[in-house]
Design a protein around this ligand. Structure first.
Ligand code: 5GP
Length: 190
């Protein structure tokens, strides 16, 4: 999506360790006009998949997921990050290793909101090693629901998550796919 690529080129900041900061329009301040156009694109790609729920992970995915859900006219569920495992069995849970912080945490989704028969579109801001997306897919499977695919704002293809998850059969549509980033600020898109 050229609009998003142009914005990343203009306002993205490259940090050590293969991290792209997009705080001015996506991860801290949010450009809702841009989100609207991203949501239109996700709708074009996944229209006809019978989406009944959108699933994302707190916090950065929530904004994009909400605007996207308006297009599909369905609810958004966000997986909560938690340090304490819920032991009463009322939640689906998966372990995720954080790309940006390097630690492992549990994510949970209440069984009340995700049911067998749901057709789930997963939305997230970034795809890097694929840990967050794998955890979300696992929760969808545990619920007996179907993951129709994943809509990602920015995929870094020099990290292995996208290739691995596509090989497992998951449909992934990323609006901007970064092939490489260099310390001097150059970004190459696929
Ligand atoms: P993964 O689990 O695929 O390794 O990483 C995905 C998660 O880590 C995303 O939900 C996002 O919050 C965060 N993340 C991964 N790479 C980046 C990055 O380059 N920049 C920012 N801002 N977040 C990232």
């Amino acid at each position: 999506m050229k609009l998003l690529e142009d914005r990343i080129r203009r306002d993205g900041k490259i940090k050590a360790g293969g991290i792209l900061k997009v705080d001015s329009f996506l991860n801290h301040q949010m450009d809702i006009g841009l989100f609207e156009q991203m949501a239109d694109e996700f709708y074009r790609l996944f229209e006809g998949c019978g989406v009944t729920k959108i699933l994302t992970i707190e916090a950065s995915g929530i904004g994009i997921a909400c605007i996207t859900a308006q297009k599909f006219n369905c609810p958004v569920i966000f997986a909560k990050k938690t340090k304490t495992k819920n032991i009463d069995g009322a939640v689906y849970t998966a372990q995720v290793e954080s790309f940006t912080h390097g630690r492992v945490y549990d994510i949970i989704v209440s069984k009340e909101f995700l049911k067998a028969g749901d057709r789930v579109l997963i939305i997230d801001d970034f795809l890097a090693n694929g840990a967050a997306l794998s955890g979300l897919v696992q929760i969808v499977k545990d619920a007996g629901a179907t993951a129709v695919g994943a809509g990602i704002a920015i995929e870094k293809t020099f990290q292995p998550g996208g290739e691995r998850l596509r090989a497992s059969g998951l449909r992934i549509e990323s609006l901007a796919r970064i092939k490489s980033m260099s310390d001097d600020g150059a970004i190459e898109f696929c």
